[in-house]
Design a protein around this ligand. Sequence first.
Ligand code: PAF
Length: 281
Amino acid sequence: MKVIEYKAEFQKELQNLANKNKKIGFVPTMGALHKGHISLIQKSSSENDITVVSIFVNPTQFNDKNDLKNYPRFIDKDIELLKNKGCDFVFTPSVKEIYPEQDDRIFDFGDLDKVMEGKHRQGHFNGVAQVVSKLFDIVKPNIAYFGKKDFQQYVIIKKMVNMLNMPIQIKACPIVRENDGLAMSSRNILLTAEQRKNASFISNTLFKARNLTNQFSVKELKDWVINTINANPFLNVEYFDIVDDVELKSINDWQKKNNKVGCIAVKVGKNRLIDNVNFNL
Ligand code: PAF
């Protein structure tokens, strides 16, 4: 496994591999790696000749300076963890390396980035698109892997690749959960012990809600989820919506044919956790 900081060196290596027709899988990350990331790497390694992982905390996707400052960074531990997991290259660029000049691009994703995360984190998805498009330009992967926990991100990146005519397949991999159901996230380690214990109430409420679709209308179920979670003094729901998995439009009728995904963001103290489950009947 090679760790590379500079894009010129990295691109030379990748060009050599592309010349040999090697299939490249790519897992972009912001580090603080956990089993969710490892599952993406293993999937990539099973489907490609070469797997590239990037570790880069992208400043342009943080709408809150404190969130960027407090984002967990464990680069040495991450590199150690990646050994023997199927990763061939780790790309660890500096901010200057990715943004030699300010990136002023504005992406138009229609309504996809106006709802849920996009509504509550202004500019977040534009920053994600800036960095992912740059990383895709550098790595030129055949397939890129994203976790379903960031469901809206996955939908928007698929749209971006389509808009930019990038010949890259985007794959979403299942959410990996802790034993108590909490979706794995780099942010989980920022929780206090008490917050961590209560955080599993989010996924457990979503799992319960899935069994209530024949008792409640969509609106009633949305309210039930929000009220149930808010009754826990450690948790404060920012939004919960059940949307279709293509246009991310709110669903108001269980009979709609679309795949239905219930997406939630919850404040746990100063931290913010997201999760989602399918509501397909
Ligand atoms: O999901 C993440 O970790 C980030 O948003 C990504 C895709 C690596 C872009 O910075």
